[in-house]
Unconditional design. Structure first.
Length: 158
C-alpha cells in the first residue's frame, strides 16, 4: 500500500484534495483549479487516490493512472457516512480519503473509453424502449379505468 492516501473531490472548476500519510495524519489539504490538478499529482510519489464515482471520474482515473497512482472509484452512498461536519468539498475529500482505505467498501471498476461508449449505447437503447412503451401503458391505463382490458403490441401505434 502506498505511503500517501488521497481523497479527491472533483467538481466543475475547483477540486479539493485531502491527503494522509501512512499513520493517518493529514499532510495535504488543498484546493486546485482544473488546469493544475495533473501538474500537482505529477509531483507526488505514487499514491492511493480515492474519487467518488461520477460523470468525469473515469477520465480523471485514466489520467492519474498514467502518472503512476493507484485509483479507486467509490460509490457516493458508501462515502457519505464518513462525512464529518457540514457538507462541503473539503469534508467530502476527507471522507473519500477515509473511505478509500476501508477494505469492506467495493470500488467501481475504472472503465475504458470503449466500455463507456458501449454503456452509453445501451442506455440510449433503454431510453428508446422506454419512450416506445410509455404511450402503450398510458392507453392501457385509461382503458382499464373504463373497465376495458386492451393489449397492444409495441409496433401498433406507429
Amino acid at each position: 500500500m502506498p505511503n500517501l492516501t488521497i481523497g479527491l473531490d472533483i467538481a466543475k472548476n475547483i477540486f479539493q484534495v485531502y491527503g494522509t500519510n501512512h499513520r493517518g495524519v493529514a499532510t495535504i489539504k488543498r484546493k486546485l483549479r482544473r488546469n493544475s490538478v495533473l501538474k500537482f499529482f505529477a509531483t507526488l510519489e505514487p499514491a492511493l487516490i480515492g474519487i467518488e464515482a461520477c460523470h468525469s471520474a473515469h477520465y480523471w482515473a485514466w489520467e492519474l493512472i498514467k502518472l503512476g497512482h493507484t485509483v479507486r472509484l467509490l460509490p457516493t452512498q458508501y462515502v457519505k457516512p464518513f462525512v464529518v461536519g457540514g457538507k462541503n468539498d473539503a469534508n467530502d475529500a476527507a471522507a473519500i480519503c477515509i473511505a478509500v482505505t476501508r477494505p469492506d467498501i467495493h470500488a467501481v471498476p475504472v472503465k475504458s473509453a470503449e466500455q463507456q461508449s458501449l454503456q452509453s449505447l445501451h442506455r440510449m437503447r433503454e431510453g428508446a424502449i422506454q419512450e416506445r412503451t410509455e404511450p402503450l401503458n398510458q392507453i392501457r391505463s385509461a382503458a382499464c379505468f373504463q373497465k376495458k382490458a386492451l393489449y397492444f403490441r409495441p409496433g401498433c401505434l406507429r
